[in-house]
Design a protein around this ligand. Sequence first.
Ligand SMILES: Cc1cc2nc3c(=O)[nH]c(=O)nc-3n(C[C@H](O)[C@H](O)[C@H](O)COP(=O)(O)OP(=O)(O)OC[C@H]3O[C@@H](n4cnc5c(N)ncnc54)[C@H](O)[C@@H]3O)c2cc1C
Length: 610
Amino acid sequence: MRRISRRDFLNGMALTVASGLTPAAQIAADPARYPPALTELRGQHPGSFDVAHRTARAGERFRLGDAEESYDLVVVGGGISGLAAAWFFRRAAGANSHILILDNLDDFGGHAKRNEFSLDGRRIIGYGGSQSMQSPRTLYSETAKDLLRELGVDIGRFQTAFDHNLYPSLGLARGIFFGREAFGRDVLVPGDPMRIAAQGSPQSLAELVAAFPISQASKAQLLALYDFQRDPLSGHSAGEKRALLKMTSYRDYLTRVCGCSAEVANCFQGRTLGFFALGCDAVPAADVREFGYPGFAGLGLPAESAAERKEPYIYHFPDGNASLARLLVRSLVPAVGAGQGMDDIVLAPFDYDALDRPDHSIRIRLDSTCVDVREVGDNVLVGYVRAGAAHRIAAKHVVLACFHMMIPHIVPDLPEPQRAALAQNVKAPLVYTNVLVRNWRPWIRLKVHDIAAPMSFHSRVALDFPVSLGGYRHPRDPAEPIVLHLEHVPGAPNSGLDARSQFRAGTAKLLDMMFVDFEARIRDELDRMLGPGGFSSARDIGAITVNRWAHGYGYVANSLFDREDYEDTIVRAHQPFGRVAIANSDAGGDAYAHLAIDEASRAVRELLRS
Ligand SMILES: Cc1cc2nc3c(=O)[nH]c(=O)nc-3n(C[C@H](O)[C@H](O)[C@H](O)COP(=O)(O)OP(=O)(O)OC[C@H]3O[C@@H](n4cnc5c(N)ncnc54)[C@H](O)[C@@H]3O)c2cc1C
């Protein structure tokens, strides 16, 4: 197990040292703080995980006294799942229920994170994590749809709130950046072969690929991947082909089955990172086939499309799914601010001081890491550490809506098979960075709005989604400031490691990086990608917020590394024990907001049944 490095410690202490205060004094001294407006290193921000790491990695136990408060329900984890659990519990147990939600971050919402900026009197909103509601008509359960309705979310509104035409009307397309480290020189090519092939335009495809900085032989191999006449698995039955695609990484499929060069495989290496948090060396060919990656056209298998592709990707608030968290918080703790519905939530002011008041029946306590949960008599005692001091509270019920891999470290009485199952959920590390820029004229000159960079530090760099809602207006004029969205997924590409080992390696890398390390990479890559369009990081960047999710997406079964019965492990992991139930999207086996909601609903039902 990795020991806490000096850098973790320094990251955690940086704010405190800068202000000359102890952590406790700092929280007390800044009541007007508004976490969404904080910049630099956010997400799992400095100071938020030190106690968790001391508990989980170093096995430290904190001295906990008698219970200081008591509640009907304590929820550990103030992400969408924990907030939804409080909401479902209140609905079932009554409006007078006393509920406390604990979270170790300095903001609520967990991965559903809001970032805000202001420049020249304009307020600019971005998302720092959980991005969009994925195909809500197709994938959302009735429970999740019902909650959305109750919160005033009409998913039909996104049809007009999301401006499909803005970027195309300005002549902007998707593009690919080939970085010199892997491809010999920096080249930005406007256009995306996967999209052009889907539109059935072989001539445009050939013209596009001609501009790639790869050899002629590699270009021919790349184009052949789109050839319907060529079956690289001829002689195999349909069943054998499917089995092989499940057991073969896409990279191996390209190089070993289709006979492509490493150069061709590199064109796809990082394309899978945003969705799978793994490069194409660790994603099964069967999975990317469902997402329209090339190489499968001639196999003769019936077309299969992932459920995620059945709806347009438009269900996005300006702050992503953070609006769902804000709607939940405003419903649970009305004193944070007035208003109702999906429109006014976008610009609604939030009074963070109102989150945790003794006279409220529902309270949200931030900066508080749960370190111990145990049943004693008719109560569950919950220990947590806040600003260096350990506390204990008593609860009739507890929902653990925190990361599954953390639960074995805070619940000493769990049965061993359940501990082992929970530990299997190794979360994927990833970074969502928002860069506020003064204008986006360079993008117009370069004719792109969304750049995939398959071998670069940032695998994606894009103009923000064009969503205008509730008085918030997405910039339409390239002279206006805008937020750029950058994605970085660490891991250990082409190492031969399995998914969990890659995630652990990536987490360690992220925790070893300080803001200045990220900043240097951001400036370098933006200058190289956008410099030919007139961009200068020194002149054009207004602010940077790096949302570091060392523990990001919940684990998703991967046919390269997990057995077919992995579903049993997920079920074993979230079994209730006594008065404690387990939620979080981790319990749903995929990293989705709707699963966070469904699992919260299940956990509350389990508690109230017992
Ligand atoms: C970068 C990123 C992008 C994503 N994009 C999407 C998307 O587009 N669509 C989608 O549906 N989903 C997306 N997801 C998945 C996302 O995880 C879910 O949408 C959802 O936000 C998960 O909510 P949750 O409450 O289950 O977990 P979390 O949001 O992780 O909340 C759990 C909370 O528990 C806290 N916690 C952990 N341990 C403790 C402890 N010991 N004590 C106190 N608190 C603790 C954590 O800090 C966290 O705040 C994305 C995730 C990431 C990281």
